[in-house]
Design a protein around this ligand. Structure first.
Ligand code: HEC
Length: 138
């Protein structure tokens, strides 16, 4: 390879990285009701099998077996538009923060505790749980 070719490749690399970065984020969270754009299921990188195990330890108490929901405790995941319309990053941030009763977005008057009340959960474990709960959507 000539020196000139090498220079070209070096010059083009940042451009490729830039294009890849832009392409990777087409599924952002806010366009839920425009022309069905939010209908597309989000792609998850977590491991749903590992996520199921953790879900059954931590989240099941309020959200029920297979995300069916428990009245006055946790919302169902099967019909959740919030899960469908948000990508993994947004859901990870949500689970880490929770949604307290005082939050205007709270719909039930029941507290969703940060990490479901289990501070030991790592980001990777939460991403596995997110991958699992996506499989529960109807
Ligand atoms: C102590 C009970 C409790 C536990 C444990 C719990 N949640 Fe929740 N969760 C809630 C409540 C209550 C809400 C609904 C808050 C509201 O009124 O908007 C909720 C809402 C959610 C939502 C939003 C659903 C929607 O449609 O708006 C997600 C996602 C969620 N929880 C994920 C999890 C995950 C993942 C876990 C386990 C790591 C978990 N939750 C553990 C009580 C709980």
């Amino acid at each position: 390879m000539t020196r000139r070719n090498v220079l070209w490749i070096v010059a083009l690399l940042p451009l490729l990285v830039f294009l890849a970065a832009c392409g990777g984020d087409t599924s952002s969270s806010d366009g839920g009701d425009q022309n069905g754009a939010g209908e597309t299921a989000q792609v998850s990188l977590g491991d749903p099998a590992a996520g199921e195990t953790k879900y059954n330890e931590v989240c099941i108490a309020c959200h029920g077996a297979a995300g069916a929901g428990i009245e006055n405790l946790g919302k169902p995941f099967t019909t959740s538009e919030f899960i469908r319309d948000n990508n993994d990053d947004a859901l990870l941030a949500f689970v880490k923060t929770g949604r307290p009763i005082g939050d205007p977005a709270n719909t039930t008057g029941v507290d969703m505790p940060p990490k479901g009340g289990n501070p030991a959960l790592t980001d990777d474990q939460i991403l596995d749980i997110i991958a699992y709960i996506r499989t529960l959507q109807e």
